[in-house]
Design a binder for this molecule. Structure first.
Ligand code: ADP
Ligand code: MG
Length: 310
């Protein structure tokens, strides 16, 4: 089932005669219970997209539907389904304790009574901050502050949660904790819209990935499809001979390992591989070993963005 749909979103910022086309016609949808990731380098338009969905930025073109509700027509009804943690969240009150923050923001979201009381305990447990409930928010580590921000966003128990760069500036351990939380949220049936430039996070948690650059879509697909498509096209070739192979530097990454000469290439098709093998033959270069190799998601991402820029 579709939880969120964005159609042809366009947003241009105008300031002091300067125009920035931050988002240039982006469309995608996220299904119920999936972690949908918007991946892109800095300035790609991720935050603008998230803010448009939250109605914090009003796009000049495009349609956004939350559970089928047109957000521009029935704004408050649509927004009831959303909660978010924005980039570099500054909403936490440093001089309040963890518990006081949750109570305060619960009230702001119109929650109260027994529901809020129970919900606070639930979210505290979920983000593993129960033992820190009486500590001042300002005294917590960055990772814990981020978890508190997530706890606050989870209070109203909305079906869709938007997180903008949730692991930005966090240490590895904190990032892993957040990553686990995202997976747990989707297991509970929540739709998680995650924006990040952290490829490792995407590799670990995303179901589908939208890669954007300069406000435009580069690709949108299941993460497994993206990985498989690139895995098939990457090869490691170990040369048998001593000479001649150096001319093949231009085809990929050439290096030596344990005295072996190795070339790693990424090709468009199997035909290109045969062409390359023919070239080896023409140059009397012998191949000792050839295998299809796994490329990591970081390489996939760099390659996709690079080919878009050419
Ligand atoms: N309030 C703003 N005024 C003018 N330009 C902005 C504003 N916010 C973002 N931009 C510009 O829009 C582009 C996209 O920004 P943003 O959506 O924040 O990207 P990301 O979150 O992917 O880093 C960038 O070029 C950025 O400088
Ligand atoms: Mg951003």
């Amino acid at each position: 089932m579709e939880a969120l749909r964005v159609e042809n979103l366009k947003k241009t910022y105008v300031s002091k005669n300067k125009k920035v086309e931050a988002v240039k016609g982006i469309s995608f949808f996220a299904n119920k219970g999936e972690v949908f990731s918007i991946l892109g380098p800095n300035g790609a338009g991720k935050t603008t997209t998230i803010k448009s969905i939250l109605r914090l930025v009003i796009p000049e073109e495009g349609k956004i539907y939350v559970k089928g509700i047109d957000i521009s027509k029935h704004t408050s009804e649509a927004l009831k389904n959303l909660s978010a943690v924005l980039e570099g969240n500054r909403n936490i009150h440093w001089k309040m304790t963890v518990f006081e923050n949750l109570k305060y923001f619960g009230y702001i979201r119109g929650l109260g009574g027994k529901f809020l009381k129970e919900r606070i305990e639930e979210v505290l447990e979920f983000v593993e901050l129960t033992e820190k409930r009486n500590e001042l928010a300002g005294k917590l580590s960055r990772g814990m502050q981020q978890r508190l921000a997530i706890a606050i966003a989870l209070l109203p128990d909305t079906p869709i949660v938007l997180l903008d760069e949730p692991t930005l500036g966090l240490d590895v351990e904190s990032s892993i904790k957040i990553r686990e939380m995202l997976t747990k949220l989707s297991e509970k049936g929540k739709t998680v819209l995650l924006s990040t430039h952290d490829m490792h996070l995407v590799e670990k948690v995303a179901d589908r990935v939208l890669i954007i650059n300069n406000g435009k879509i580069i690709v949108c697909d299941k993460k497994t499809n993206l990985i498989n498509a690139f895995k098939k096209k990457a090869y490691k070739i170990v040369f048998a001979g001593e000479n001649g192979y150096i001319n093949f530097r231009k085809y990929g990454k050439l290096y030596e390992e344990n005295g072996e000469k190795i070339l790693e290439v990424q090709l468009e098709s199997i035909d290109q591989l045969y062409e390359l093998i023919d070239k080896f033959k023409e140059n009397q270069i012998e191949i000792k070993h050839l295998e299809s190799i796994m490329v990591n998601f970081e390489e996939i991402f760099v390659n996709i963005v690079r080919s878009d820029e050419q």
